[in-house]
Design a protein around this ligand. Structure first.
Ligand code: ZN
Length: 511
């Protein structure tokens, strides 16, 4: 798909207006990055005010009559399937979402978000959900109103989900999650029943922070991250932010007694960054210059973190660098380390969960937020419903609310519909990795030689270079030859469980 060679005045006007919106987004991203990495502690309130002003300016850009006129003119001129038609479709989607939600509701949501975050923090500290119950009920009611305003007569939850995963709906996700739970819960049980425990001491010891960051830097550069178009800094929670295509920043954190969180954190953010750095240059500051969806974004981080970073080939390449960085610690080879990178252990905290149990954590949240939205669950009963589901899916339950329903920030800030994108990302990562392995062959041998170019090239061509004009589902289907499903992900987990825990196949129903 190519941009118009001689843009009409309406098209030029559309890009002019949209580039102002993009520049505000870039300023916002930079302000947020600064807030998380180096803002003086006393400056936080003022930064909040600055960000609120930028958000208001962005909103004004989107709802301006000029932009809507330019879009209407371009819509008339756009030929079906052209890049202009995609630009109009993507821009219109943003504009319509902005126009449909009344200003009053937006302000109420912003206020409920601040109140919700403060109440959530206090409740978490006190390990007492009752302190968060009313602010959460308020946020839920407001988001339901927002969803209803956007959806017209449709499902309000789907309208919120659509913000993160365009084209997705709860009716499509429910069977997917049910299927996944039906397969994963028995797999987790089978691993527990195997009686095998993995010796993780191999990954533990003393690993000075500078060494860990240096190793992470080396890995990021080797897989293709362009340090001339980005940076790596410390922050409390690792993230990746795109200011624009030539400025994609990542952050890390480390713990000195285990090298895994820092290294895999950096590889994860590198996956996000490779996607952003690989978006087509020609679409800079236009509506399609963005990721297709959060699920697709997450698939890129998880592909590099898990399907590359936890592979034997990758470690055959990295072990000599590891030994050079930590001469006292590294006595293992790739095969000895491998089981410690594929453990399965039910736990209470989502962000610490392994690849197998992680989606059970997400399934709990998806089912509960859906029940809340559809009026089948009262906010008051959330802790009880949470514990019940954890017992059912993972065989364990929280002893207090902080390790249960209060652990995530998402609902406090009103991000309903966000959780499912993590699972969609995991499924897509496995399906893309399997397709790339099939198409390219010998990937492990290439990784062992430090050659990650073929895989990156494959992703650039099929995914990164396609930008946002194609719906997420279509992108995965075109890249892998079939629509997104659970098969490759489940096969990957089962292979690992068989190798690490000698769990006999097939453990649970076939996908
Ligand atoms: Zn991520």
């Amino acid at each position: 798909m190519r941009a118009s060679e001689s843009p009409t005045p309406a098209e030029r006007r559309l890009y002019e207006l949209w580039s102002e919106y993009c520049d505000l987004e870039a300023a916002e991203a930079l302000l947020e990055w600064d807030q998380e990495t180096c803002l003086p502690s006393r400056a936080h309130d003022t930064r909040g005010e600055v960000l609120a002003t930028v958000a208001a300016l962005k909103h004004r850009c989107l709802i301006s009559c000029e932009l809507r006129d330019a879009l209407a003119a371009c819509a008339v001129q756009a030929e079906a399937g052209s890049v202009l038609a995609a630009q109009v479709r993507v821009a219109r989607r943003e504009v319509e979402r902005a126009v449909k939600v009344p200003e009053r509701l937006k302000r109420e949501i912003a206020a409920a978000r601040s109140a919700g975050l403060a109440a959530w923090q206090a409740a978490r500290q006190a390990r007492d959900f009752s302190l968060f119950e009313r602010p959460l009920a308020r946020m839920l009611a407001l988001r339901r109103d927002e969803g209803a305003a956007i959806a017209g007569g449709g499902d309000p939850y789907d309208a919120l989900l659509d913000r993160y995963e365009p084209g997705s709906c709860s009716a499509g996700l429910e069977p997917l999650f049910r299927r996944l739970v039906d397969i994963l819960a028995p797999l987790v049980e089978a691993v527990a029943a195997s009686g095998v425990t993995v010796d993780e001491s191999i990954a533990r010891g003393h690993f000075p922070g500078e060494g860990q960051v240096e190793l992470g830097r080396r890995a990021a550069a080797a897989v293709g991250y362009d340090f001339e178009a980005g940076r790596l800094d410390a922050s409390a929670h690792p993230f990746c932010v795109r200011v624009h295509r030539r400025d994609v920043r990542m952050t890390y954190r480390f713990q000195e007694d285990d090298f895994r969180p820092c290294l895999f954190g950096i590889l994860h953010e590198t996956g996000h960054a490779l996607y952003e750095q690989g978006l087509p240059e020609a679409w800079h500051r236009t509506p399609v210059d963005d990721a297709a969806s959060l699920g697709i974004h997450e698939s890129q981080s998880l592909l590099w973190e898990n399907h590359v970073g936890r592979s034997r080939g990758f470690w055959r390449w990295l072990v000599p660098h590891f030994r050079e960085t930590f001469p006292a610690a590294a006595t293992f080879d790739a095969d000895e380390l491998w089981p410690a990178l594929h453990t399965v252990q039910p736990s209470l905290i989502r962000v610490d969960a392994d690849e197998t149990t992680y989606n059970l954590h997400v399934a709990v949240r998806f089912e509960l937020e859906l029940a809340l939205f559809h009026g089948e669950l009262d906010v008051r009963d959330l802790p009880r419903a949470w514990s019940e589901r954890y017992q059912r899916y993972l065989g364990i339950g929280p002893t207090h609310d902080a390790e249960g329903v209060l652990q995530d920030i998402h609902w406090a800030q009103g991000s309903f519909g966000y959780f499912p994108t993590y699972t969609l990302g995991m499924l897509a990562a496995a399906q893309l990795a399997a397709a790339a392995r099939r198409d390219l062959g010998g990937l492990d041998a290439a990784f062992a030689d430090g050659d990650f170019g073929p895989l990156l090239g494959w992703l650039r061509e099929r995914l990164h270079g396609q930008g946002r004009p194609h719906p997420a589902g279509e992108l995965t289907a075109r890249a892998t030859g079939r629509p997104l499903d659970v098969a490759d992900f489940v096969a990957y987990l089962r292979r690992n469980a068989e190798a690490v825990y000698a769990v006999a196949p097939p453990c649970g129903p076939t996908p």
